[in-house]
Design a protein around this ligand. Structure first.
Ligand code: PHE
Length: 340
């Protein structure tokens, strides 16, 4: 029996065949198992002789099966390695993957900075009516400022005034004041549109509007807020601001805000006040605007500002052309460190 079993084990060509032989010998109904069972019926003398023989047989069969199994496993692996052409040890090609766009990055950073200052995020439609985009912002129909904006007008629906692509995020000031009770502290990030095209102007660009409406708000609050936000955004404590008197129909007084720069190794670097770069428009919300939104300007005052997000990104990351922002060229993103 021993030679038969060992021969069958050696002859097993597959793991399945080997398992069948194992069951034949060592399984519940197996021949070796049956022999082991006969030990119980033997006389002690006989058992002393047969016991070690039968145990030896079982051990021999068990060892032979293990040896054969190892050989079959190895053969199977060799066969697989020979037939598979994929070399799993080769490094994989890096698949290109996306990254956050500088504009989104800056918007996220601004939202975070202003959240720390207690500002919520507000939004409004990009297709806007003229009342929100102009009239309520103290730009009546005849107002020359309407022409200044290079507005895109949509075809008018019968009997309705033509809608516009909003030329700035300021209409969100109106929408917020009309729908929320003061005190108000919001920023409104979004796309705006003007018919303009050169290295620093694209027909679509991004702004963030800021609006605070409360009691006893002054220009001092505006300046502190802008200073705090710009220091946090540019991660420099030496940011210096200059408020230059200006004009916007919806603020009075109005101020253009410049940020100081210093020339370091021939490059303009923000910080210090060797020269000035125009950065954003701002001012105290005009009483007429507060009134247009149904609030009493004697009770409520506030400040507003509007800043170009793309411009902030250009300054922060040292980019000198706005157009590639909207061309979707991955090499450009990579050049400025934006691809992961
Ligand atoms: N809306 C103005 C612009 O787009 C910027 C601005 C916003 C100015 C708020 C003052 C107050 O030019």
């Amino acid at each position: 029996m021993k030679t038969d079993l060992l021969a069958a084990i050696d002859a097993a060509a597959t793991l399945d065949a080997l398992e069948a032989v194992r069951v034949q010998g060592l399984g519940k109904q197996g021949s070796v198992t049956a022999l082991l069972k006969t030990l119980g019926g033997m006389s002690p003398d006989e058992r002393q002789v047969q016991g070690p023989r039968i145990q030896g047989l079982r051990e021999a069969v068990t060892t032979a099966i293990a040896t054969r199994k190892a050989a079959l496993d190895r053969a199977e692996l060799d066969a697989r390695l020979a037939s598979e052409t994929l070399d799993m040890t080769l490094p994989a090609d890096a698949a290109p993957h996306g990254s956050v766009h500088p504009v989104s990055q800056v918007m996220d950073e601004l939202a975070e900075i202003f959240a720390d200052l207690g500002f919520a995020v507000a939004t409004g439609p990009e297709i806007e009516d003229q009342w929100h985009n102009f009239t309520a912002l103290n730009m009546p129909e005849s107002h020359p400022a309407r022409a200044m904006h290079d507005t895109f007008y949509l075809n008018a629906v019968e009997g309705e005034e033509a809608k516009v692509l909003r030329t700035h995020t300021s209409p969100v000031q109106i929408r917020t004041m009309m729908s929320q009770e003061p005190p108000i502290r919001i920023i409104a990030p979004g796309r705006v549109y003007r018919s303009d095209w050169d290295a620093t102007h694209t027909p679509m660009f991004h702004q963030i509007e800021g609006l605070v409406i409360d009691k006893g708000i002054t220009l001092g609050h505006l300046k502190w807020t802008l200073e705090t936000f710009l220091k946090a955004f540019f991660e420099r404590d030496d940011i210096v601001l200059r408020l230059r008197p200006s004009y916007f129909p919806f603020t009075e007084p109005s101020a253009e805000v410049d940020v100081g720069y210093t020339t370091v190794k021939g490059r303009r670097t923000l910080g210090g006040s060797e020269g000035w770069m125009e950065l954003l428009g701002s001012g105290m919300v005009h009483p007429k605007v507060i009134e247009a939104c149904g609030l009493d300007p004697k009770e409520w005052q506030g400040f507003a500002f509007g800043v170009g997000v793309d411009r902030l990104a250009m300054l922060k990351y040292g980019m000198d052309d706005l157009r590639p922002f909207f061309e979707g060229d991955a090499r450009w993103l990579k050049h400025y460190g934006f691809s992961a």
